[in-house]
Write a protein that binds this ligand. Structure first.
Ligand SMILES: Nc1ncnc2c1ncn2[C@@H]1O[C@H](COP(=O)(O)OP(=O)(O)OP(=O)(O)O)[C@@H](O)[C@H]1O
Length: 268
């Protein structure tokens, strides 16, 4: 074995050792998850763990199955095989613990709702269908709106806002749910730098508070440095674990099929 191979093996073992946590902890685990859409194989045998208290990015080329993995974890698409668990129990049966913000393109922006209506939707599940919202629920929603800096827009129609403002409102809805697992699908598409900073700082606060925070992110630029852990996909799992262990030249070439440059801080 060459010195380079030996060093690489030690580094890999260190990465693997650090991501191993007990199966009973509050992490999300997928076990050989596979999804097909008619004749398209979107995911094949994906086994991975998303740890609580870490900001986790799902990355990979277009069509790699990033959104599908998120939806399959949540039970929004039915896998042909495999499972997803949260704290050892089926994730699809614990939806009250989960807040999910889909891609902007999947939301009907013509729906006649105000900013306040959208944020209060985050209180429907904790309140119960057709029941009146409590004063406490209104306070929680107002605090969430303040946290994303959108309180002065509360009576505006959601469809009349900019992309970044809409994304902040949907983040406020997720915060109002008071979930402990948060899923965001491509939240940075069409948002400006200020909103990007707001989103990352709240994602960081959520992760530091011990929540699960999972973000689909196709960008390998500067934003990648915000993530603690990454899941790299190309229909099958290429790598999972700490960011620096995933972002190796070899892994990126396997996923993208070409030499890829990424944020310089990680290029050591
Ligand atoms: N509802 C659907 N019906 C049929 N095929 C689908 C459906 N949703 C996704 N696919 C296909 O499954 C594959 C994975 O799609 P998915 O959206 O999960 O990938 P992605 O990595 O999130 O892509 P992108 O970065 O382009 O958003 C793609 O080939 C896509 O065309």
């Amino acid at each position: 074995m060459t010195a380079a191979n030996f060093t690489e093996r030690i580094a890999r073992n260190r990465c693997e050792a650090r991501v191993q946590t007990p199966a009973s902890d509050n992490s999300i685990c997928t076990e050989r998850l596979s999804v097909r859409y008619r004749d398209v194989e979107a995911l094949r045998d994906v086994t991975c763990r998303v740890r609580a208290g870490r900001l986790t990015g799902i990355i990979g080329p277009n069509g790699a199955g990033k959104s599908t993995l998120m939806k399959a974890m949540l039970g929004l698409v039915r896998p042909i095989s495999g499972s997803a668990t949260l704290g050892g129990h089926a994730l699809s049966l614990q939806r009250e613990r989960v807040a999910y913000v889909p891609q902007r393109s999947q939301i009907d922006w013509q729906y006649p709702a105000t900013v306040w209506d959208v944020v209060m939707m985050g209180r429907v599940q904790p309140t119960g269908w057709l029941r009146r919202f409590s004063t406490a629920s209104r306070h929680i929603a107002r605090d969430a709106l303040e946290r994303v800096g959108m309180e002065s827009y509360r009576d505006r129609a959601i469809g009349a806002l900019s992309g970044g403002q809409q994304q902040r409102v949907f983040l406020a809805r997720a915060l109002a749910q008071q979930a402990d697992a948060f899923f965001f699908d491509e939240p940075f598409v069409g948002v400006d730098r200020v909103t990007e900073t707001v989103l990352f700082s709240i994602f960081r606060e959520l992760a530091d508070a011990g929540n699960i925070v999972t973000v689909v992110n196709h960008d390998l630029g500067e934003t990648i440095a915000h993530f603690d852990d990454l899941i790299l996909l190309d229909r099958e799992l290429i790598a999972v674990g700490e960011r620096r262990c995933v972002l190796t030249e070899k892994n990126l070439e396997r996923a993208y099929g070409a030499k890829v440059t990424f944020f310089a801080e990680d290029a050591a």
